[in-house]
Design a protein around this ligand. Structure first.
Ligand code: BG6
Ligand code: MG
Length: 218
């Protein structure tokens, strides 16, 4: 059986951390008199921490000094980490372990490709860090998704050609990054939102091992 590279995004694919990002961003935005709702939070999926704060400030028509910007970023992350520190295996999204175990059984290479600078910590908390042969996160890239850099580095670390890689992503920017990297893109979420993906599934419970087998043999 051939060997492919399977690259997973983290937030929204392996764990649902969007709810924690929401709580931390909301508290921060409200502390500087900016409203923040779930709909805006949706628009921050896959978006880096810096860019997220820039967007929130723009929504609130606010400008801050560089020092204040840095302090707001660290305040948000400290809050976010309080939620992350309480995470455990129970927060792994349904059937993610099934797919990871199947890939392992079939001797496929597996990487993480995330925008988060907290990715390693989260994987440790949910006890999945040893499932990944390579981890590329927000500390390793200079260009954010939709730039393909994160996935290109992931493929290189797995010793795989990009066209032999498959990406699981829940954000539009991430799907675009996978497509630009010339990889097979699999959207996890809403078909209408992720219409640029090669395939879309609501979540991993909809993905059969037969489908994964086809991807491996393609
Ligand atoms: C992405 C999330 O995975 O990581 C974004 O979808 C988040 O919402 C980004 O802003 C950066 O995460 P962190 O943990 O470095 O603040
Ligand atoms: Mg994501």
């Amino acid at each position: 059986m051939s060997k492919k590279g399977f690259i997973f995004d983290l937030d929204g694919v392996i764990v649902d951390t969007a709810k924690y990002h929401f709580l931390a961003w909301k508290e921060l935005a409200n502390s500087i008199d900016i409203d923040f709702n779930e709909e805006q939070n949706e628009q921050l999926k896959g978006v880096s921490r810096v860019r997220s704060l820039e967007k929130i400030l723009a929504w609130g028509n606010k400008t801050v000094s560089e020092d204040e910007f840095m302090s707001l970023m660290s305040k948000k992350n400290n809050d976010y980490l309080e939620y992350i520190n309480k995470m455990g295996e129970g927060e792994i999204l349904p059937d993610v372990p099934k797919i990871l175990n199947y890939l392992k059984e079939k001797n496929q290479s597996i990487a993480l490709g995330s925008a988060s600078k907290n990715a390693r910590k989260i994987l440790e908390k949910v006890n999945l860090i040893s499932s990944f042969q390579a981890i590329v996160d927000g500390n390793d890239v200079s260009k954010a998704k939709p730039d393909p850099e994160v996935f290109i580095i992931g493929a290189r670390l797995l010793n795989q050609e990009p066209e032999n890689c498959v990406v699981f992503e829940d954000s539009v920017a991430g799907i675009q990054a996978a497509n630009r990297a010339d990889m097979v893109s699999i959207g996890i979420g809403d078909k209408n939102v992720l219409h640029e993906a090669n395939y879309v599934f609501k979540d991993f419970t909809e993905i059969s091992t037969d489908f994964i087998k086809e991807l491996i043999e393609k």
